[in-house]
Design a protein around this ligand. Structure first.
Ligand code: IPM
Ligand code: MG
Length: 369
């Protein structure tokens, strides 16, 4: 009898459904080979959920996600649902809501350079030597979850005398939230380069000073791992100046959001950055890129960040390391043969080696044999 793993699929918006189809294709082939049945259960999240149910995260979606062995999310959002009206639903609330709902406090974003893509990077190849880092982003706290409001009719005194509306967001962290995410980073560093950069803004923010204190306390339990405090603005600069200095970066939600987009350009494209969101229950895997509404439906989106997210799923949720290694090798081989989606193409890419979303998926399937 074959074993079964239940995967909740959240294709979402924009290019989401196109790259989800490639993930399913690849998982089916892996399943046949590994004598593992992957069972897919699709649910609504984001803009499409707003259109069909009026809310970006229907209860049914959260229930399906909880019931699954793993969740694979593609991307959400698009101009159709963009609004600054605080009373209107937004797709991003669905994404933040499912992260919170599943308790996914640790977001791992590996930044790895593919040899074949060195020329696609925004940095000169010599700066990429030795780049292999893991960004550990806190995912259920901080500025994205703190209390916020917009107030109308604020009396002049409360706004320093000026008239008009007032809006605020709060960056708040509790000790246990910092402790558990920092621990994830130190545990990861132990299996890698044994170096943690704890990134904060302790020269200004109180929440960062607490972050730093807790990070140091946790660090004492890991004498074999070196810890470096780095201010977030400096990190933004160092990522471009000397990216090879990093092994594991651990940081607050918004800092991690920004720094991981920046770091993705080292790999050549945001279309190459996978992520795993882990907590105490069902884990969720998603590419770090967005729904790319500008190219949605054109079948040109790069499915590789999604397939690399599948690789992380095989490792972290299913303990299928041999299959994960084979998938990683297949992706590497396809790139080494020169195949490119347009986001990772460079001037030397032959026109006949430029492929669309599903051809890229087929090439990976072929490599998997
Ligand atoms: C990401 C995205 C999301 C985030 C957005 C879409 C809410 O940018 O996963 O990095 O900020 O977390
Ligand atoms: Mg982001």
């Amino acid at each position: 009898m074959t074993e079964t793993r239940r995967i909740c699929l959240l294709p979402g918006d924009g290019i989401g459904p196109e790259i989800t189809a490639e993930a399913v294709k690849v998982l089916r082939v892996i399943g046949e080979r590994e004598v593992m049945t992957f069972e897919f259960n699709e649910a609504l999240l984001g803009g499409i959920a707003i259109d069909e149910t009026g809310t970006p995260l229907p209860e049914e979606t959260l229930a399906k996600a909880h019931a699954a062995d793993a969740v694979l999310l593609a991307a959400i959002g698009g101009p159709k649902w963009d609004t600054t009206d605080p009373d209107k639903p937004r797709p991003e609330q669905g994404l933040l809501g499912i992260r919170k709902g599943l308790g996914l406090y640790a977001n791992l974003r590996p930044v790895k350079i593919f040899d074949a893509l060195r020329d696609a990077s925004s940095l000169k190849p010599e700066f990429l030597e030795g780049v292999d880092m893991l960004i550990v982003r806190e995912l259920t706290g901080g500025l994205y979850f703190g209390s916020r409001a917009r107030e109308t009719d604020v009396p002049g005194a409360a706004t320093g005398g000026g008239e008009g509306m007032r809006a605020y967001d709060t960056m708040e962290y509790r000790e246990y939230e910092i402790e558990r995410i920092v621990r994830v980073a130190f545990d990861a560093a132990r299996t890698r380069g044994k170096l943690v950069h704890s990134v904060d803004k302790a020269n200004v923010l109180e929440s960062s000073r607490l972050w730093r204190e807790v990070a140091h306390r946790v660090a004492q339990e890991y004498p074999d791992v070196e810890v470096v405090d780095q201010l977030v603005d400096n990190t933004a600069m160092q990522l471009i100046r000397r990216p090879a200095q990093f092994d594991v970066i651990v940081t607050e939600n918004m800092f991690g959001d920004i720094l991981s987009d920046e770091a993705s350009m080292l790999t050549g494209s945001l279309g190459m950055l996978a992520s795993a969101s882990l907590g105490d229950g069902t884990a969720l895997y998603e590419p770090s890129h967005g729904s790319a509404p500008d190219i949605a439906g054109q079948r040109v989106a790069n499915p590789l960040a999604m397939l690399l997210s599948v690789e992380l799923m095989l490792r972290y949720s299913f303990d299928m390391h041999a299959a994960a290694d084979r998938l990683a090798a297949a992706i590497e081989a396809v790139l080494a043969e020169g195949w490119r989606t347009r986001d990772i193409a460079d001037t030397s890419t032959l026109p006949q080696k430029m492929v669309g979303t599903s051809a890229m998926g087929d090439l990976v399937v072929e490599e998997l044999g």
